[in-house]
Design a protein around this ligand. Structure first.
Ligand SMILES: [Fe+2]
Length: 251
């Protein structure tokens, strides 16, 4: 994050999906605190948020962290939060898709109710929809725009899509992409990933621990009075840690 600021980005509010921030699987409390210290305002997650067992010990006191809202009611953690930046309130929701994913409660009715509730507090409502299938993301995106959301960004597939647009005053992108090793299989080492595919035998994924990273993100411009999105831009930056200055360049 310190490096990103060198590239000239200084957002008023920063959201990061951290479901795999701790060496490729889940999120430790130590990493949660570390990332909070870098100025991230809100952490969204997804199906892998449970991968580090210690999550169950701290998720209920992690005030910036969300887990998908459509887990069964007694699941620890929360699926939406309202954050305050000066006089501005920003609501963020996190939800999981159901196509090619583990069985989970339907997000459609839950979102309708949640957005209605949040809109009474603030016109600015954003969602991270963590899902596999592009068609499900496109459909839920359209649905969210009709509910009056400010921004919809998809996550989970790790590959940034080039379809950013404004729909019904809502910023939309099917997938925001990922941050991790540039020469990798969505952040994982090529050798183990290839072995899995070529042999169909179980092989534990290894994180690609390389010195050149990519940062995928989107930058939004929002009208804070109305909650309408004015602009969405894709960010794709390469950071070369072999270079002393961080070697930041646009890809
Ligand atoms: Fe995921």
């Amino acid at each position: 994050m310190k490096d990103l600021k060198k590239s000239g980005l200084s957002p008023d509010f920063l959201i990061a999906n951290v479901e795999n921030a701790s060496h490729g699987f889940g999120l430790t409390e130590k990493n949660y605190n570390e990332l909070s210290g870098y100025g991230i305002n809100c952490f969204t997650s997804g199906n892998h948020i449970w991968d580090k067992k210690e999550i169950f010990n701290y998720i209920n006191k992690a005030v910036k962290l969300l887990r998908p809202i459509n887990y069964p009611a007694k699941t620890p953690g929360v699926g939406s939060r309202v954050f305050e930046i000066g006089d501005t309130k920003i609501a963020v929701i996190n939800a999981l898709g159901r196509v090619f994913m583990q069985p989970i409660d339907s997000p459609w009715e839950i979102l309708k109710k949640e957005v209605k509730k949040l809109k009474k507090i603030t016109p600015i409502v954003l969602i991270d929809f963590h899902a596999e299938a592009t068609a499900e993301k496109v459909c839920l995106g359209r649905f969210c725009s009709e509910l009056g959301l400010t921004a919809f960004f998809g996550t989970h597939t790790h590959i940034q899509t080039a379809d950013e647009k404004i729909i019904n005053n809502m910023a939309y992108i099917t997938d925001a992409g990922f941050c991790g090793a540039l020469e990798s299989v969505i952040g994982m080492d090529f050798a183990t990933s290839l072995k899995r595919l070529q042999t169909s035998l179980p092989e534990r994924y290894e994180v690609a621990d390389l010195k050149v990273a990519q940062v995928n993100a989107v930058e939004l411009l929002i009208d804070s009075k109305t909650g309408s999105a004015l602009d969405i831009k894709r960010i794709l930056v390469e950071i070369d840690y072999n270079k002393e200055d961080g070697g930041i360049s646009e890809i």
